[in-house]
Design a protein around this ligand. Structure first.
Ligand SMILES: *Cc1c(COP(=O)(O)O)cnc(C)c1O
Length: 346
């Protein structure tokens, strides 16, 4: 395929048939009608890929799990210290669970009792806390902070995985921001950390190298071999966003998409929104059929129109229209038209 004899030590030469298949999968994977890198990792074909990879890997070694939540606490909570968290959904709860390994975690707000359908009020928190942690956008339940909760009164730490790059914000109140790329920045495999350098190195802890953000910083994020395909594809996505006119332009588009879908959810008598109106996410619109007996027919209608991926997260069911940056307004129009037509013909 290539004329170069690639002796590179790594990233290294790959079999030509692997390259061919990978590039084809990027353009369109099998007969799934989607690119491999824009497909849900919960989809059947991808789950099968993971499973097969796991089986083969088990002949060799196993590897660790989810690190971002732990990394935050490791780097910012001193020995014997504490932090304040809000519990606004599955990811927030996981962040709390991990942080509890390392400090005294006070949960200062929660919407758990109402099924995580709203963003709780942010109180002023005790100044003993190293930071106030919140999840800007709750991907599963479709809620989103509409302002930066500086009223907490201590430095902020945020998991911005699912609305990073979707709207403008002022980063000055933050000690640390982190985000997995796979929701709005690129494909899976890459995590972004934005750190206030002054905040690092103050815990008095012996932090394992891989979890030490100072180590990653000093190595320009090349402490280990990065997932190059993922990083490269993320770069292409960032270039695309910049050429489009940047975050101002995408924010206006995202608002237009959200207005369109929520307008229809509110207008259409067959559907109801999941999140409270003033907590609604511009990224993930969660909604349900008022009467579940229409489910099969509605599912057939949107599938027929070429809509994909709107089944709600398995923990809440219903529907979830995720409208990340790359989703055009036209796609939302198609879904809204399906909902309109469905109401007319039911
Ligand atoms: C998806 C998501 C995560 C988890 O990302 P992983 O890469 O699966 O660890 C964390 N926080 C939020 C808000 C998310 O949407």
């Amino acid at each position: 395929m290539f004329k170069i004899h690639n002796f590179s030590a790594g990233p290294c030469i790959l079999p030509p048939e692997v390259l061919k298949e990978a590039s084809e999968a990027v353009k369109g994977w099998g007969n799934n009608g989607l690119s491999l890198i824009e497909m849900s990792h919960r989809s059947k074909p991808f789950v099968a890929v993971m499973e097969e990879a796991r089986v083969i890997t088990k002949e060799l070694l196993g590897l660790p799990d989810r690190l971002g939540f732990l990394t935050t606490a490791y780097n910012l909570i001193p020995e014997g210290g504490s932090a304040a968290y809000t519990d606004t959904g599955t990811w927030a709860a996981k962040a709390i669970k991990e942080a509890r390994h390392l400090g005294d975690i006070e949960v200062v707000g929660s919407s758990k009792d109402s099924g995580y359908n709203a963003i709780p009020h942010t109180p002023s928190v005790d100044s003993k806390h190293s930071y106030f942690h919140y999840t800007t956008n709750n991907t599963i339940f479709g809620t989103q902070y509409k302002h930066i909760p500086t009223e907490a009164g201590v430095p902020l730490v945020a998991d911005m995985s699912s609305d990073i790059m979707s709207k403008k914000f002022d980063s000055t109140p933050f000690k640390l921001i982190y985000a997995g790329a796979q929701k709005n920045m690129g494909p899976a495999g890459t995590v972004m950390y934005a750190i206030d350098k002054e905040a690092l190195g103050k815990t008095g802890r012996n932090i394992p190298s891989y979890l030490d953000l100072g180590v990653h910083l000093s190595k320009d994020s090349m402490f280990n071999t990065p997932p190059v395909f993922s990083v490269f594809t993320t770069l292409l996505t960032l270039r695309w966003l910049k050429n489009l006119g940047g975050i101002d332009v995408i924010e206006a588009r995202n608002n237009a998409k959200a207005e369109l879908i929520y307008g229809e959810i509110d207008r259409n008598e067959l559907f109801t929104g999941y999140a409270e109106t003033n907590s609604r996410s511009t990224m993930n619109a969660t909604f349900q059929l008022i009467d579940d007996k229409h489910k099969e027919k509605f599912n057939a209608a949107w599938a027929e129109a070429g809509v994909s991926g709107i089944n709600g997260h398995r923990s809440i069911g219903g529907y979830r229209a995720s409208m990340y940056n790359a989703l055009p307004l036209e796609s939302v129009k198609v879904l809204v038209d399906v909902m309109k037509e469905f109401e007319r013909t039911i």
